[in-house]
Design a protein around this ligand. Structure first.
Ligand SMILES: NC(=O)c1ccc[n+]([C@@H]2O[C@H](COP(=O)([O-])OP(=O)(O)OC[C@H]3O[C@@H](n4cnc5c(N)ncnc54)[C@H](OP(=O)(O)O)[C@@H]3O)[C@@H](O)[C@H]2O)c1
Length: 355
């Protein structure tokens, strides 16, 4: 059994290590009541996973509950993945051993095994590849949360809406949803080549590169005199001030990521004078939604994986042991899609799942 772990926050190459144990899975009681043990085959490298390892600049390290004299507790990155149910605890009627499932939220998926509540092990629809299944939950569920925030902010209007990092995996889902719903979306990317890629995928949507000196003027020409109603922003930092300047009075900035650097003081946004709203959206709050809403979201994700696997693009695949190369790829500029970490399915694992 292999596990990628860290005992302190810091640069990935310095703090993450691979622990290998001869036997599978780690000694312990196995899945408890209502839980399943999943033999993971594929898990993504999400930007949020790396924030968990490295921390946010300027923010304190994750709190630890142990005493100073104790060995620091090891943390395993990853919240999403797919695999095969190895065994189930008492009172679990579904999923069954041997079934393919996608898991989220499942802290610690950068390991060969994870234990999750049975309700969070989602059956992978027939015909969906393991790679697509590994990307089926986090980003599609984030899209659902963003879209809800968008609808709240638009109050029946169709836009215009501006999104940053439009070439990202989440950005591509937003663009596809805009095409589907007739949303007036303006896409921002940081490079001319990135703009070309988004333009090819969504020819009817304006795409503007922030490397152009007059990018804000270009946004204004597309949005009209009033400005945009909503900004969906995953870049943040220094660009926040310029984005807020593109909002119509009464508009909303939805912040859901921090790819950029620098900071913008809250006071600079003129929230009061312009009646602006700033709203944060995080997949970490998805479990706070009602069971019915979560079931609808999961059904949406399963349908998307079946009908539009091209929207869950894979940038590259690496064995779990090659996590450092995978992280380097995940951070490479101009990549398209998400990097995956894989575990080969061995004869032993097939027998294990059949037990
Ligand atoms: N709040 C949530 O719950 C949630 C959930 C999922 C994702 N997210 C966030 O959503 C964002 C995108 O995630 P993802 O998985 O879709 O990412 P991804 O597929 O890895 O794509 C990252 C994209 O960001 C662009 N980029 C990187 N640094 C940038 C910068 N400084 N300024 C502008 N663009 C930059 C890259 O463009 P180039 O082509 O120019 O290199 C690339 O298109 C991340 O911030 C992530 O944390 C948030």
């Amino acid at each position: 059994m292999r596990t990628v772990e860290h005992t302190r926050q810091g640069e990935v190459a310095q703090v993450l290590t691979l622990r290998e144990e001869p036997r599978r899975p780690a000694p312990g009681p196995g899945p408890g009541r209502g839980e399943v043990l999943v033999r993971l085959l594929v898990r993504p490298v999400h930007p949020g996973d790396l924030v968990g390892v490295e921390g946010m600049p300027g923010q304190p390290e994750l709190e630890s509950e142990q005493q100073p004299e104790q060995q620091p507790e090891a943390r395993i990155p990853g919240v999403e993945g797919m695999g095969v149910v190895e065994s189930v605890g008492t009172d679990v009627h579904a999923p069954r051993p041997g079934q393919r499932v996608a898991v989220f939220p499942a802290p610690g998926t950068w390991s060969d095994f994870v234990v999750v509540p049975a309700a969070l092990a989602v059956p992978v629809p027939d015909g969906v590849s393991d790679e697509t299944a590994a990307l089926m939950l986090v980003n599609p569920l984030t899209l659902r949360m963003l879209y809800r925030a968008l609808e709240d902010a638009l109050r029946g209007r169709k836009g215009p809406v501006l999104q940053t990092a439009a070439g990202s995996s989440v950005g591509r889902l937003v663009s596809a949803a805009a095409d589907r719903h007739g949303l007036e979306l303006i896409n921002l990317v940081r490079s001319t080549s990135g703009a070309e890629k988004v333009r090819t995928l969504h020819p009817s949507q304006p795409v503007i590169a922030t490397c152009d000196d007059d990018w804000q003027g270009q946004v204004r020409r597309h949005a009209g005199e009033r400005g945009v109603q909503v900004v969906l922003d995953s870049v943040g930092g220094a660009i926040t001030l310029e984005l807020s300047g593109l909002l119509a009075d009464g508009g909303t900035l939805v912040s859901y990521g921090q790819l950029g650097s620098g900071t913008t003081p809250l006071e600079a946004l003129r929230l009061v004078a312009r009646g602006l709203t700033v709203r944060g959206v995080s997949i970490l709050h998805w479990m706070n939604r009602t069971a019915e809403e979560r079931a609808q979201d999961v059904a949406f994700a399963q349908d998307l994986a079946q009908s539009s696997p091209d929207l869950l693009q894979v940038a590259g695949s690496y064995d779990l042991a090659d996590f450092k190369a995978a992280v380097e790829h995940a951070r490479r500029p101009a990549k398209s899609g998400t990097v995956l970490l894989t575990t080969p399915l061995t004869a032993d694992s097939v027998q294990g799942a059949a037990r």
